[in-house]
Design a protein around this ligand. Structure first.
Ligand code: PLP
Length: 359
């Protein structure tokens, strides 16, 4: 039994209302009731994706769409921008899909330098770039606007942008910045249970996909588009999660999208203050620190695993003890989803109590 609250950067804490919505009775996925549900979500999703293109719902985790985007859009060679655990893995995924792929790799915690990307793309070798906007493993947010400006110089290079942990935290104007595929997942900033990926595809990306072989079926963008026109998905979707999505989207509108962004910014700053006042540091440079979560560099060399365990067992609060090769050297605190000033202040106070034993 889970008797603690999640403050890890995904999956994040799910509200009672979102859980409740999961119990809405299931209907046929080819029924008018489903079409109605799908079409009610659409305009709100388009608002959040800041796009006029369709927003698709994929019954998979985000990786399904991340792999799918490569299979739909890479005809020549993909350049994978790598700056942490999620972005690093994408190179391997591309190769396993049988694609030619190169890395543009920087240290974990560093950002992707637009000038470096420009230099790489000037070789003319690539027709696709993958980028993780917010590298959740390092708490680093890439300068997406500047990166998209570089991509705009290379019209034959398409972009796949993972916004899994930044979507609805900061504005990401997909159309204005010319993003070809923007994707996210349910269990991070949207604070839904896992199992649903959401993505939007540009018109020119559909045009290219039509000419690419080996797109497969489950993640074929053209199948998604055909079904979307009928208010449906290609195969039976995870209907309970779509009910919960609709509930959440309405809640987001109720709060206001800008207000939501501001709330995340404020909560994030509170955690940053805690980091400073306790003598820790952020892993990334402050300028590129994520607004969704905080990745703390363990400068004080505390026993992170012990700290995280004690916090969970005694205070019933779960933070993350570091991802992959930076486990123990960092720890992470999420401010995504439904967190409030009260819930973050409570967490930080409880952390203070436990921390005195570990300093
Ligand atoms: C969590 C996460 C993913 C992986 O999502 P899955 O739902 O496990 O497929 C990908 N990218 C980023 C940035 C993430 O934070």
């Amino acid at each position: 039994m889970i008797d603690y609250k999640l403050h890890i950067p995904g999956p994040v804490d799910v509200s009672d209302g979102a859980y409740q919505a999961l119990t809405t009775p299931v209907m046929g996925h080819r029924s008018p009731d489903f079409v109605d549900l799908y079409q009610k979500c659409q305009p709100i999703l388009q608002k959040l994706f800041m796009t006029e293109d369709p927003v698709f719902l994929s019954t998979s985790s985000a990786w399904g769409v991340m792999e799918g985007a490569i299979r739909n859009l890479c005809g020549k060679k993909v350049l994978c921008c790598m700056c942490g655990a999620f972005s690093d893995k994408w190179l391997d995924v591309a190769k396993r899909c049988g694609k030619n792929a190169d890395a543009l790799s920087v240290e974990w915690g560093s950002h992707i330098d637009p000038a470096l990307l420009d230099q790489k793309l000037s070789s003319g070798e690539y027709d696709l770039v993958t980028l993780v906007h917010n590298e959740t493993s390092c708490g680093m947010m890439n300068p997406l606007k500047e990166i998209m400006k570089v991509l705009a110089k290379y019209p034959s290079v398409f972009s796949v942008i993972d916004t899994v942990s930044s979507f609805s935290v900061v504005p990401i104007p997909k159309d204005e910045w010319g993003i070809d595929v923007m994707l996210t997942g349910s269990q991070k900033a949207l604070a839904l249970p896992p199992g649903l990926a959401l993505f939007s595809v540009s018109q020119r990306a559909f045009d290219r996909a039509k000419s690419i072989e080996g797109r497969g079926y489950y993640f074929d963008f053209i199948e998604f588009l055909k079904n979307h026109e009928k208010g449906m998905t290609p195969s039976t979707p995870v209907i309970p999660l779509i009910h919960s999505l609709h509930y959440t989207l309405e809640k987001i509108l109720e709060e206001g999208i800008e207000q939501r962004h501001q709330r995340h910014d404020q909560l994030n700053q509170r955690v940053h203050q805690w980091v400073e006042s306790n003598g820790f540091e952020l892993l990334p440079e402050k300028q590129y620190a994520s607004k969704s979560l905080t990745c703390v560099s363990n400068k004080l060399e505390i026993d992170v695993a012990g700290f995280v365990k004690t916090l969970r067992e005694e205070k019933k609060l779960s933070i993350d003890g570091g991802y992959g090769k930076i486990k123990g050297k960092t720890f992470r605190i999420s401010n995504m989803g439904n967190e409030s000033t009260d819930s973050i202040d409570f967490l930080l106070n409880q952390m203070d109590e436990i921390l005195t034993r570990f300093k």
